[in-house]
Design a protein around this ligand. Structure first.
Ligand SMILES: CC(C)(COP(=O)(O)OP(=O)(O)OC[C@H]1O[C@@H](n2cnc3c(N)ncnc32)[C@H](O)[C@@H]1OP(=O)(O)O)[C@@H](O)C(=O)NCCC(=O)NCCS
Length: 157
């Protein structure tokens, strides 16, 4: 058997991954305006600890941030505690890189008796090319307004 091992493990360079594949959709020159119905609710920068073994940001990390962003909007609208009950599909058309500035916009799609459905859109301002923005994903998340016992409560409209 061949027991020749490399003296050092290959290192994972996050810089090597900062070059983006050409986007299918064009870069935007500016972010959408934040309005009452399409509100910028969260900005966050992914760190090296949020990477997978390829040096790209974990999809699951982005999903968690989407859940937080949607929950901020849901919390405001329902004026209290909420729980995530359902998420429609996530499609990632562009990778997210360490150091990108991510902006999360939330808009209310539907308010039911106890549930609220929020669309969250995510834009990345690229680390190496600031002032240019790419939409990286969007998702539709449904939250249920809950009381102190975790039971659904009616949303006052
Ligand atoms: C959220 C929770 C309190 C809802 O309780 P429930 O008894 O299942 O509630 P109901 O069946 O009465 O549904 C409540 C609302 O959610 C909606 N809902 C339920 N399942 C849904 C689904 N799959 N998609 C969209 N909406 C859904 C219902 O339509 C209803 O909305 P409405 O009152 O506006 O018509 C309960 O399911 C729960 O605690 N889930 C775990 C939540 C959680 O921990 N999330 C994080 C996971 S890590």
């Amino acid at each position: 058997m061949n027991h020749e091992y490399p003296a050092v493990l290959p290192t994972m360079s996050t810089h090597a991954h900062n070059a983006r594949p050409s986007p299918k959709r064009p870069f935007l020159d500016r972010l959408p305006d934040s309005t009452e119905t399409h509100e910028l609710v969260l900005k966050v920068v992914p760190m090296p600890a949020d990477c997978n073994a390829n040096g790209d940001i974990f999809g699951g990390w982005v999903m968690a941030q989407v859940d937080v962003a949607g929950a901020i909007a849901a919390f405001r609208k329902t004026r209290g505690r909420t729980a995530t009950v359902a998420v429609k599909e996530f499609i990632f058309k562009q990778p997210v890189r360490v150091g990108d500035i991510l902006s999360f916009y939330a808009s209310v799609q539907r308010v039911g008796n106890t549930s609220i459905t929020i669309c969250v859109e995510v834009y990345a301002e690229t680390f190496n090319d600031q002032g240019r923005y790419l939409k990286v994903t969007d998702a539709v998340v449904t939250y249920v307004a809950i009381d102190e016992e975790g039971k659904p409560r009616t949303i006052q409209q």
